[in-house]
Design a protein around this ligand. Structure first.
Ligand SMILES: C[S@@+](CC[C@H](N)C(=O)[O-])C[C@H]1O[C@@H](n2cnc3c(N)ncnc32)[C@H](O)[C@@H]1O
Length: 695
């Protein structure tokens, strides 16, 4: 398959079948000019539910989808060969929704770098034993023509590129399988399932919910994978997690880490020049995939054909030999089979060009903006603003008739020069004195890598701007601010700390502590005039008033952190950052507009009971069952999103309607509600609905 074609197909299909359907963030796109297709995602979902999920037939789903205007127009101008390739790739994505798929795409921040970007990963949705194939998790391979590689590098996108020594060219590895991340002690391996397709086979027993990982190579993430962030490296204190020798390292540990990385990068550059292979790692495809690519075999890559393919043999034998040995602290020499590979460098290398330069990845780009954890999500700001407003409401000590009846939270995009755009929120009430603005309300979320340490706020700190009082920072404070800013030369380290802070923030102890005085706090004109109105306000331990220290506020906060902010299905903590990501779709929509919500604060507390994490929320919406279940009983209709103009087809005339007693009807309704509409609607799901209808 042609590289350009595959990359465009993959961008389009991952958008339609993943980003717009199942994910709460955007997956990396290969083409910088990719735009979200104008296709009704609710209609696509209906086809997926009716065909793939209920009947398990991707073929019929493809036929149904081709009836949609969008696909008809898209394919009408393409030659039939390209049409076939497109449909083949579409099937790879549709396989994600098969009841027996055994895997799904999920989110992870493990590999996201300093900014803790959300990235995609693959998790298994049923227990697997060692040796089990994962036939539906496939990726396609397309070859790059000379010169095209430069375009790839220019794009700075997170893409997967393989080196084919038989063809002496790079090739592209795309499809759902490209979301499998690297682990030095992986639980799966690549296997070839045709001339142009790759799948996986379990190397160990894998539990439902575990991430599926494969071995990319020894030098993918710097020399000896010194920047590898996999779970094994973390456990063994290797790669990115290698502890620094205090004698050798400067005071700040991660600076040393950086030096090591840049030394590795320089070495790798030299190495690449020598070898003329533009790749980081050099891995033999025979080990990676199990068999060299058969260039003449033009067979399909779908699972049914796997057993017939000569390459299918690679599923059974050499299981142990092709598995890279577990990474141990002591053993830094390559495993025997890889040593051999290095000598031979026979067939193909797999590497990820963008990984070459981590810095470039930090650049905000249109396609990945939704997944960026550094954006100030409007919903995140909104939630914090409502919390803070509720606090003010508690403390305003005003006559009931003066209490604000409603809040208007204005979330506005800000485009500071030389900084990534972000949002600010301002709360306006009908009572003048409680009007305040809120910016960077959360330490973990409200930061951008380009902002310095001085902007680190304690969580949920309130900034109030009393009218007519302009408090200027003193010289002493300015000097302190400068000294602090100078310290924060390394944004990476800072953001690491900040990310860790989010967990610290949720501990009770921390909430009792006074907020650290940061330069931004100092410049914040917190005046006594506003604080005076809040009798229960703790003494002025810090220039920043801690909303969380108020008993009533604390109760709400604790309840939120302990109970509500935990997914009731998978029990993953529902943290701020996850809430941010659920609303990330809204970022895209409101990025250039002013968004305004009016919300009663008490309603926000009583009605909003976030129960599911974004993944489980989406899972229920798509599969009609709680994660990880997805087997659909035809007798139970799925909860369909309402499609304007869509009417359910009338029952056949022959079908005699059954009469049910009132009690039966009531019970039936209750059980349906219990099954499909378990939790009350949340602000999050409202946003989902709105966003989906836009798409
Ligand atoms: C083929 S992609 C895997 C899917 C990727 N997470 C995504 O969201 O598209 C490879 C990229 O994932 C990340 N990655 C995967 N495994 C990693 C590891 N062990 N350490 C650091 N980064 C890793 C790197 O950013 C790499 O460039």
């Amino acid at each position: 398959m042609d590289f350009c074609l595959l990359s465009k197909f993959d961008d389009l299909l991952s958008d339609i079948f993943l980003d717009s359907q199942f994910l709460w963030f955007d997956t990396a796109k290969l083409n910088g000019d990719h735009r979200r297709p104008r296709i009704r995602s609710d209609k696509v979902l209906k086809v997926i539910q009716d065909q793939v999920l209920t009947t398990g037939k991707t073929e019929t789903a493809v036929k149904e989808l081709l009836k949609m205007d969008y696909f008809r127009h898209f394919l009408s101008s393409k030659p039939s060969r390209h049409q076939q390739e497109f449909l083949q790739h579409m099937k790879r994505y549709l396989n994600l929704y098969l009841p027996s798929a055994g895997f799904e795409i999920a989110d992870t921040r493990r590999y996201g770098g300093a900014g803790r970007r959300v990235e995609a990963c693959v998790i298994v949705t049923k227990d697997c034993s060692a040796g089990d194939p994962l036939p539906f998790c496939t990726g396609a391979i397309a070859h790059l023509a000379p010169g095209q590689e430069k375009d790839l590098q220019k794009g700075n996108h997170d893409i997967s590129v393989l080196w084919s020594s038989t063809r002496q060219s790079n090739c592209l590895f795309l499809g759902p399988a490209r979301f499998v991340n690297h682990d030095c002690d992986p639980n799966a391996k690549f296997v070839a399932v045709g001339p142009n397709s790759v799948s996986f086979q379990a190397l160990k027993n894998i539990k439902c919910g575990d991430e599926l990982t494969a071995f990319y190579g020894r030098h993918y993430f710097g020399e000896n994978n010194c920047d590898c962030r996999c779970g094994t490296c973390e456990e063994n204190q290797q790669g990115f997690f290698t502890p620094q020798d205090p004698a050798l390292s400067p005071p700040v540990q991660s600076n040393a880490r950086k030096r090591k990385h840049s030394a590795g990068a320089a070495e790798l550059k030299r190495h690449r020049k020598r070898s003329s292979m533009p790749c980081v790692g050099q891995i033999d495809l025979e080990q990676l995939i199990g068999s060299p690519m058969n260039e003449t075999d033009e067979g399909g890559d779908m699972p049914a054909k796997m057993t017939g393919s000569p390459l299918a043999k690679s599923f059974q034998p050499r299981l142990s030999s092709s598995a890279p040995p577990p990474a141990t602290k002591q053993d830094s020499s390559p495993p025997p089979h890889l040593q051999e590979e290095e000598e031979r460098r026979q067939v193909m290398s797999i590497h990820f060009l963008c990984n070459d330069d981590n810095d470039t990845k930090q650049q905000p780009d249109s396609a990945s903006s939704r997944s960026s954890s550094i954006s100030h999500s409007p919903l995140d700001l909104l939630c914090d603003a409502v919390l803070d407003a509720e606090y003010l409401h508690f403390n305003a000590k005003q006559e009931p008739q003066d209490a604000p009846a409603a809040l208007t939270v204005v979330v506005q995009p800000v485009h500071p020069p030389n900084h990534p755009p972000h949002f600010t929120a301002a709360i306006k009430t009908d009572v003048d004195r409680t009007t305040f603005s809120l910016d960077h309300p959360d330490s973990a979320v409200g930061l951008s890598p380009l902002l310095d340490r001085s902007l680190s706020h304690p969580p949920l700190a309130i900034k109030r701007e009393p009218s007519g009082h302009n408090h200027k920072p003193s010289q002493k404070h300015k000097a302190a601010a400068k000294a602090k800013a100078a310290q924060s030369s390394n944004d990476d380290d800072f953001l690491d700390d900040v990310s860790d802070l989010s967990s610290v923030c949720s501990s009770e102890d921390d909430e009792e502590k006074p907020a650290p005085a940061s330069p931004d706090d100092l410049t914040d004109p917190l005046s006594s005039s506003t604080s005076d109105s809040l009798e229960d306000q703790p003494p002025k331990a810090s220039p920043t008033t801690r909303a969380s220290s108020h008993p009533q506020y604390k109760r709400v906060l604790e309840a939120t952190l302990d109970d509500a902010l935990r997914c009731t299905i998978c029990e993953r903590p529902l943290k701020d950052d996850q809430v941010t990501d659920t609303s990330a779709a809204a970022d895209v929509q409101v990025a250039n507009e002013l968004a305004t919500w009016t919300w009663s604060p008490s309603a926000a507390f009583t009605d909003w009971n976030p129960q599911r994490c974004p993944r489980c929320e989406r899972h229920v919406r798509v599969f009609g069952q709680e994660w990880p279940n997805r087997k659909i009983h035809a007798s139970f209709p799925l909860r369909q999103p309402s499609i304007p103009g869509h009417r359910a087809s009338p029952p056949p005339a022959s079908a005699k309607p059954k009469r049910r007693s009132r009690k039966q009807q009531h019970l039936r309704k209750a059980s349906f509600t219990k099954t499909f509409l378990r939790s009350p609607p949340t602000p999050t799901s409202e946003i989902f609905d709105g966003v989906d209808s836009v798409f």
